[in-house]
Design a protein around this ligand. Structure first.
Ligand SMILES: [Zn+2]
Length: 415
């Protein structure tokens, strides 16, 4: 049995409650009591205890969207416009996957852990990241991705997906969870989509999908024109039509629950209403969105439709780091129309509580019975006022001080 204490224990519950000089007692990877640190030490005299002075303890953070396999990009890709970026990804794909990929992915995992992330939603295109993620200390929601708009290739691509899914199932554990990702409505043929969703629904696998990320995608779904018309002419040598409208694409998700819709920059109120009806979550990646689309998600609209906001870094193919703390800090500056502390709290809940609402995981909030996954952050020395806690944490904490996953500290080994 262990007790951790800190000046602030941030429960990340619906009311954003904070315990000053608080403590968490845990055993066998599960929280057994939360109270003041002094009280817990008195109650459990045989437990080992440690107090983090001038620190805040939060639930371990969740980065719900990244592409570890694209960790090698540093200045290779064309930022500033979605279409040019996609062209540059295709042109540089081989170089991005070259022999140095392993060490770039290892660095990516370190960046996650060092920013206090204990849980990732990793989109895997090829399965190159399977070993490294399954052996890392992270809890991993491993999204095997399907992509392909060529009808004739659908069977082959589906079999390839099934084989990767099977490989990932062999790694399944209390920390590793196989799942399914649909690349996007513009890149997945309806036959392939149908078959893949059949598997996801039958096996109740979590789902993730890039949706309405760019204006080019919106134009394509609405009128089969614009950038993607030229794109498909170039790659297929013929005129294609979009397989779906945004609405008809969402209909395929009807019997799914809790799908993660990624980006949604171009989602209008009808679409948000649909996502809300599907009990979907939206994952925003503000830095990626700025780099590829010069746009940010409309947070007010999400609130209006009661859709929980989650955050991700996306891959280094559209970001300079996989630090979730960087992502939150940039978002705190970028959404300058929002009230500062309430935005900071919303962002913090977006990487904790919201990520796990209505899911199978007892994670995201500190409460008895939940898993013992915590991040510890060294707060600025004069940060005593609870009213500014979330903004101070996001502004000043560039790295986690400690990180516990399943009750075990994992950063010590990285130092
Ligand atoms: Zn992505």
């Amino acid at each position: 049995m262990q007790i951790l204490g800190a000046d602030f224990v941030v429960l990340c519950d619906a009311d954003f409650r904070v315990l000053q000089q608080g403590g968490i007692c845990f055993e066998n990877g599960e929280i057994v009591a939360i109270h003041s640190y002094a009280k817990l030490c008195e109650q459990y005299p045989n437990a080992t205890s440690h107090y983090y002075k001038s620190c805040a303890i939060t639930p371990a953070l969740a980065n719900l969207h990244l592409h570890l396999e694209f960790s090698q990009n540093e200045g290779m890709l064309h930022f500033g416009e979605f279409g040019k970026w996609l062209d540059s990804v295709i042109a540089n794909r081989e170089e991005l996957m070259n022999a140095d990929l392993q060490s770039a992915m290892e660095q990516g995992v370190r960046e996650c852990l060092q920013s206090g992330v204990g849980f990732v939603g990793a989109i895997s295109s090829y399965g190159y990241d399977l070993e490294i993620l399954s052996k890392s200390p992270l809890r991993v929601l491993y999204f095997n991705e399907v992509i392909g708009s060529n009808e004739e290739a659908s069977d082959f691509l589906f079999q390839n997906f099934l084989a990767r899914l099977q490989d990932s199932k062999s790694k399944q554990s209390e920390r590793f969870f196989p799942a399914v990702a649909i690349h996007s409505p513009y890149s997945v043929h309806s036959k392939l989509l149908e078959k893949t969703l059949e598997v996801a629904k039958a096996e109740k696998l979590p789902l993730s999908v890039h949706f309405l990320e760019s204006f080019a995608e919106k134009v394509w779904l609405e009128s089969s024109s614009g950038y993607f018309k030229d794109f498909y002419r170039k790659f297929f040598g013929s005129d294609l039509h979009s397989f779906y409208s945004a609405q008809s694409f969402l209909e395929f998700f009807k019997d799914t629950k809790n799908a993660y819709f990624v980006h949604c920059l171009e989602a209008d109120s009808d679409i948000l209403k649909e996502i809300s009806a599907l009990q979907g979550k939206i994952i925003s990646c503000p830095k990626s969105n700025r780099l590829l689309n010069s746009k940010l998600l409309n947070l007010q609209a999400l609130k209006e439709y009661g859709i929980p906001l989650c955050l991700g870094t996306d891959g280094k193919s559209s970001n300079d780091s996989l630090s979730l703390l960087d992502e939150m800090r940039i978002a705190l500056f970028a959404y300058c129309g929002e009230s500062l502390e309430s935005l900071a709290r919303e962002l913090l809940l977006g990487v904790t509580r919201n990520a796990f609402l209505n899911t199978q995981w007892n994670l995201g909030s500190l409460s008895v019975g939940n898993l013992a996954d915590f991040a510890v952050f060294k707060m600025p020395k004069d940060s005593k006022d609870e009213r500014f806690l979330a903004q101070n944490l996001i502004l000043y904490c560039k790295k986690a001080e400690a990180l516990y996953i399943n009750g075990v500290e994992v950063l010590e080994n990285l130092k």
